[in-house]
Design a protein around this ligand. Structure first.
Ligand code: GDP
Ligand code: MG
Length: 439
């Protein structure tokens, strides 16, 4: 999708006389690409109107970068669509917070339950799980296994067939034991929808959840709207988790679900592992959908780690990215872990480290840092061109760091790519940071 949108935009900007007709064609092309990415058709239509209203070509000053204006309009509109207007529920310490999961079978409820319980556990909440899926044989076993691995207390029954009773028993028990985050997993079987919704409502009445979370598979596509609406109208929910965002699906369906139910996405699932849960970031999600790389996600993550990032942030906002910035990022990545995940957030780095396990990956990163550390300050603070101008410098750095010229070249290639990205993102980055109240 990103490639198609970029192609549409650059086709247009390459033609020297950019008239209204060409502009219309480009907006149409982008909209087609969005529909293909499973964004709801009606939504795309309103998006189209909004972009046309926002970007008035006749009024654009001649010097203005039209490509950026269009890109930004598309980006802003999409971010606005998924931006939560209602604040999502967040648990409070020192009291029981009951969270119930709903969603179709296979959407990723049981997996996400454990991820979320672990997430809150890691943030100091006393967390536990209740299995109210008495429908599927093996459901309790699956939750038990997940919970045991994550060292999270759980409750369920192999003999009790009434999900409402199990839910009530589990929640009561954990409330007495002063648990703070009590997550209730439910069944979501396909058979007879009315039954399913009835069951959800009964469980809700029994455990009185502080929040109900609907779990949606990112690959749901155009059905997302109908499905989320059906749940919203019967059981109701206050938050959404989108799972399997690591898959091939563009995730456009997620946008439709939010727009249809006006409900915030709170987390996204990014893999099968327990740690593969991330807070939903509208900017990052849309950047990814539009193929801009997850720079916003990287920025956010780095900020949340309180690493020393001042210079890099400032540089990025200015569209600059020095070799030293790369070095700082590499050493931060080493601190952050899990490595494979972090590398995935830096465009291009995941390709380079493809197929390596975390140990090989860290070795590679360490060697890259050695290379940087063998450079002079002037080289580090440069845009890297000094090396292409004077290749002898590469040899010197390779010797100094105990690596090969080839590795130095690879590092500089990586840097060039990221610098190019920083330059392209200049306007976007500054806006994102403004939006997030940074700097
Ligand atoms: P449930 O029926 O709604 O409880 O769904 P499960 O939690 O059992 O998940 C169904 C399948 O999806 C399992 O194989 C999970 O490992 C997988 N799954 C869940 N979340 C994710 C995710 O974020 N990424 C990937 N790749 N797989 C996921
Ligand atoms: Mg399940």
């Amino acid at each position: 999708l990103g490639r198609r949108i970029n192609a549409a935009v650059s086709d247009l900007t390459r033609s020297s006389n950019l008239d209204e007709k060409a502009f219309d064609a480009m907006v149409k092309e982008i909209c087609n690409a969005l529909v293909e990415a499973d964004v709801n058709i009606k939504l795309v239509a309103s998006l189209r109107t909004a972009i046309k209203r926002k970007v008035n070509f006749k009024e654009l000053a001649p010097g203005v970068n039209k490509k950026r204006v269009i890109q930004k309009a598309v980006y802003d509109e999409l971010v606005e669509l998924v931006n939560p207007h209602d604040k999502a529920f967040t648990p409070k310490k020192g009291k029981p917070n009951v969270i119930m999961f709903v969603g179709l079978q296979g959407s990723g409820k049981t997996t996400s339950c454990t991820k979320l319980a672990r997430w809150y556990q890691a943030r100091g909440f006393k967390s536990c799980l209740v299995c109210a899926d008495t429908f599927r044989a093996g459901a309790f076993d699956q939750l038990k296994q997940n919970a045991t691995k994550a060292k999270i207390p759980y409750y369920g029954s192999l003999t009790q067939t009434d999900p409402v009773a199990v839910a009530r028993e589990g929640v009561d028990k954990f409330k007495k034991e002063r648990f703070e985050v009590i997550i209730v997993d439910t069944s979501g079987r396909h058979r007879q929808e009315a039954d399913l919704f009835n069951e959800m409502v009964q469980i809700q009445e029994a455990v009185k959840p502080d929040d109900t979370i609907m779990v949606l598979d990112a690959s749901i596509g155009q059905q997302a709207e109908a499905q989320s609406r059906a749940f919203k109208d019967s059981a109701g929910f206050g938050s959404i988790i989108i799972t399997k965002t690591d898959g091939a699906a563009a995730g456009g369906g997620a946008i439709s679900a939010v727009a249809a139910t006006r409900t915030p996405i709170v987390f996204i699932g990014t893999g099968e592992h327990m740690l593969d849960l991330e807070r939903f970031q509208p900017q990052a999600f849309i950047s990814k959908l539009l193929g801009m790389g997850d720079m916003a996600g990287l920025v956010e993550h780095v900020q949340s780690l309180k690493l020393d990032q001042k210079d890099t942030m400032k540089h990025l906002a200015e569209g600059v990215f020095t070799v030293r910035d790369l070095r700082d990022q590499l050493s931060n990545i080493m601190k952050m872990g899990p490595l494979s995940k972090m590398a995935g957030m830096i465009p291009g780095l995941s390709n380079m480290m493809g197929g390596m396990d975390d140990e090989e990956g860290s070795l590679k990163l360490r060697r890259m840092i050695y290379i940087c550390d063998s450079m002079t300050d002037k080289e580090l603070d440069s845009d890297g061109k000094v090396f292409t101008d004077q290749p002898a410098r590469m040899t010197r750095v390779a010797h100094g760091s105990g690596t090969s010229v080839r590795e130095v070249e690879d590092l500089l290639t990586q840097h060039r790519m990221m610098a190019g990205m920083a330059k392209k993102m200049k306007g976007g980055m500054a806006n994102m940071q403004k939006a997030q109240g940074v700097m």
